[in-house]
Write a protein that binds this ligand. Structure first.
Ligand code: GAL
Length: 419
């Protein structure tokens, strides 16, 4: 028996950090990274292609000084538009735009690292990326080595535009090729396989060493837009609904990605469509992304955040739900007439509960630790994670008044009888 156990351990150890072909379905490969959902900032939603060295340095500085880095945000991610050339990779090399990034990308990662942060970059498996820049097709090993030599810590590898209708086997192959190429660099680069939920990527991505994958099409700056804006975009509630049933695929090292946070965009993004959301709606969005263990990648202009937005993004008690080592996303345990209850199990035995009111009038929502969480507790403490306040000990179901589009977030902890 011990011999078998040792063999399994050796097999797993061999699979991790191995660039050799493996049978992912049986053993899987792993880069050992992202044991909790990645947190940071990404340039796309607010700036699209209008990115440059100054913006990146100022964003790193803002994160270092405004409390975001201290709250856990450490990735600063360049999205599409950092590349020098538009057009097919067969016609152009992959280089950084020397006008936008005069000191090159390594300069930026050195700067991020000097502040204790990390740098992310973007590419895709096609001849071009979504915005039409040179992609990585046929150059995966070379590009992975280039990114590693630049000190890159996170790669968003976007197949959305090049492989939208490709069969699963092809999508698996292109992501698997980049995953192995990154692992072979031994740098430790988190891999985001961006595929907009167009195949059941969550079923096989973890075994390919992929750390996060988008579950849906791009988010717009809307909380609840009727249908899909422009026939394509998902709003906050669409994305939340898309995640129902996918919770079981996420866990330490591999996460359902509900897309970048729209908190603080306020409908002013030059590129992203959407009318913006209210402060309450942005807070609800943030709370639920945290509950679902989605990566938390802010995307607003961090150089100009108002105090409410900053307070939303840096609520350590809500972030603690997202960064809990157990890594179990919330399940929607009840849904009736637009009133919903979400519950998330935590490593210390407590639970997080979200009471979401999707409707247009204020409503009371009740949850029961027995009926909703199937717990045998007789008494429990309720803590409000936005008020940062213990609300008391209860032995009956708890009822809260929830305004339109609000999610009240509580942490509930068992109180033993002898206490
Ligand atoms: C889209 C992706 C966006 C952004 C954009 C860049 O496919 O969903 O998040 O990365 O490409 O061109």
């Amino acid at each position: 028996m011990w011999r078998n156990a040792i063999l399994v351990v050796l097999l797993l150890a061999g699979a991790a950090f191995s660039a050799e072909p493996v049978t992912p379905a049986k053993v899987g490969i792993s880069n050992g990274l992202a044991l909790t959902p990645p947190m940071g900032w990404s340039s796309w939603n607010n700036f699209a292609e209008d990115i440059n060295e100054q913006l990146m340095i100022a964003t790193i500085d803002a994160m270092a000084s405004n409390g975001m880095h201290a709250a856990g945000y450490d990735y600063v991610n360049l999205d599409d538009g950092w590349q020098r050339y538009k057009g097919a990779r067969k016609d152009h090399p992959l280089e950084a735009d020397p006008i936008k990034f005069p000191h090159g990308i390594k300069y930026l990662s050195d700067y991020a690292h000097s502040k204790g942060m990390k740098l992310g970059i973007y590419s895709g498996p096609g001849q071009t990326t979504c915005a039409g820049y040179t992609g990585s097709e046929g150059h995966e090993k070379e590009d992975a080595a280039l990114f590693a030599s630049w000190g890159i810590d996170h790669l968003k590898y976007d197949s959305c535009c090049s492989h939208k209708d490709a069969p699963d086997e092809v999508v698996k192959s292109v992501f698997g090729t980049m995953s192995k190429a990154l692992i072979a660099t031994k740098r430790g680069i988190v891999l985001h396989a961006c595929h907009c939920g167009w195949s059941n990527i969550w079923e096989w991505a973890p075994a390919l060493g992929i750390n996060q994958w988008r579950i849906g099409q791009d988010i717009s700056d809307d909380f609840d837009y009727p249908g899909n804006r422009e026939g394509y975009y998902f709003d906050v509630l669409d994305m939340l609904d898309r995640g129902v049933g996918l919770e079981k695929y996420a866990g330490p090292g591999h996460w359902n990605d509900y897309d970048m946070l729209i908190v603080g965009l306020d409908g002013k993004s030059k590129d992203l469509v959407g009318a913006g959301a209210s402060n309450v709606e942005y807070r609800t969005h943030f709370s639920l992304w945290a509950m679902e263990d989605s990566p938390l990648l802010a995307s607003a202009d961090l150089r100009n955040l108002d105090s409410y937005t900053l307070e939303t993004l840096t609520n350590k008690e809500v972030i603690a739900l997202n960064q809990d080592p157990l890594g179990k996303p919330a399940h929607r345990v009840r849904s009736k007439d637009g009133l919903q209850v979400f519950a998330k199990e935590m490593a210390d035995g407590s639970w997080a509960v979200a009471l979401l009111n999707r409707g247009s009038t204020t409503e009371d929502i009740t949850f029961s630790v027995h009926k909703d969480l199937s717990l045998p507790w007789t008494k429990y403490q309720v803590r409000d994670l936005w008020k940062h306040k213990d609300l008391g000990v209860y032995d009956i179901p708890y009822t809260a008044e929830v305004i339109s589009h609000e999610a009240k977030i509580f942490r509930v902890t068992e109180v033993k009888d002898n206490k």
